[in-house]
Ligand binder design. Structure first.
Ligand code: GLY
Length: 361
């Protein structure tokens, strides 16, 4: 029997999550005079028909398309979106639907909220990563002058409609990528989710509806309390301080990896740092590493890559001489943020721990 979608109206955002969410959300779309859909070309191919079959009454005035991938989060594509909205006669009574992954909700939310001082928008995420993470929390923006998310703002969508139906369209590597964020949510705040995921490969999981509901709700709970990332929201950065450096390193090479592959590696390094800095027990470290290793291959990082990654980490955090603050695991299901005093040597050792597949001691 199908579970009902989970409805959660925080007063600023209406969340509808789970099997049947699209049908449940149908009435949200009828109050707007005109609806525009932003998507990339893969989403048009694989997801648009799914959306239209679930929402046959939606009156779409126009489609705006951008190429797939992070390179679309540019000022040129923002201009294209603003031009399209203008040419198709969008007004503040219109609605923009961001149908797609994190790139679409980032640039779409940014363009909508700056167009005519604010066009309402609704996120309909189609990837696992966007469903449990990127579509929730109001981060919008574009990359600028080779800095990620350099221009943007925190602005809430009117609603986020998360329907697992889209996951059937997802390639293995993107499913795996989202699984890194699901794992992170379990580790930082949700011991029950950690139990639910179990000691198995993500490809063996059948309870996706339950897992997505739970993981998305974890993120909602965090951003409700700290939308602008001055406090508790920082725990979402667990695995990302080192993970982002790894991701950038590989993006600059000719062998790009997914966000999730980088974060999985970052989780291993930062879990080990947690054992040194905040007394995470070695048994827990080994448990985390085992679960990551059954789902992600180790990246071929070498010792000579470490200084480059450490430099990227400092550039990413815009800190050259001072202290990089980490979010770390105190125990499974409990993270702490703003942990400073982590030496360059300890960070380097965490890479060595990863590269040499060492045991925690
Ligand atoms: N992806 C982390 C955050 O939204 O804060």
């Amino acid at each position: 029997m199908m579970n009902s979608p989970f409805l959660f109206d925080t007063k600023t955002v209406n969340y509808i999550i789970g099997d049947g969410a699209l049908e449940q959300a149908a009435k949200l779309f009828t109050q707007y005079q005109s609806v525009f859909i932003l998507m990339d070309k893969n989403v048009e191919k694989f997801c648009l028909d799914v959306l239209m079959s679930k929402l046959p009454d939606i009156k779409v005035r126009g489609y705006i398309k951008i190429p797939a991938g992070e390179s679309s989060k540019s000022i040129e594509h923002a201009t294209h979106i603003w031009e399209s909205l203008t040419n198709m006669g969008a007004s503040r009574d219109s609605l923009l639907i961001n149908l797609g992954g994190g790139v679409v909700s980032d640039i779409g939310g940014f363009c909508a909220s700056t167009f005519k001082r604010g066009l309402p928008f609704i996120n309909i995420p189609t990837t696992l990563l966007a469903q449990v993470d990127a579509s929730i929390g109001g981060k919008t923006g574009i990359d600028f002058l080779s800095f990620k998310n350099q221009v943007g703002l925190f602005v809430d969508p009117k609603a986020v409609v998360i329907d697992p139906v889209f996951l059937k369209t997802l390639e293995f590597k993107y499913w795996q990528s989202g699984f890194a964020e699901v794992t992170k949510h379990a580790l930082i705040m949700d011991k029950e989710l950690w139990k639910l995921l179990g000691d198995r490969k993500f490809t063996e999981i059948e309870e996706w509806n339950k897992i997505i509901m739970r993981s998305a709700k974890d993120k909602i709970d965090i951003v409700r309390y700290d939308k602008t990332e001055h406090g508790i929201r920082k725990i979402l950065n667990f695995g990302h301080t080192i993970g982002h450096a790894i991701e950038t390193f590989y993006l600059k090479s000719d062998q790009p990896i997914t966000h999730g592959q980088a974060i999985a590696a970052g989780i291993i390094c930062e879990t080990w740092i947690s054992s040194k800095m905040v007394k995470l027990e070695c048994d827990n470290v080994e448990e985390v590493i085992h679960r990551i290793d059954i789902n992600f291959n180790r990246l071929p990082i070498t010792e000579k890559d470490i200084p480059k990654m450490m430099l990227l980490m400092r550039q990413d955090k815009k800190i050259i001489d001072g202290d990089i603050k980490f979010s770390l695991l105190r125990k499974l299901g409990k993270a702490v943020h703003d942990i400073g005093g982590i030496s360059a040597e300890l960070i380097r050792d965490s890479f060595l721990f990863y590269i040499n597949n060492k045991k925690c001691n």
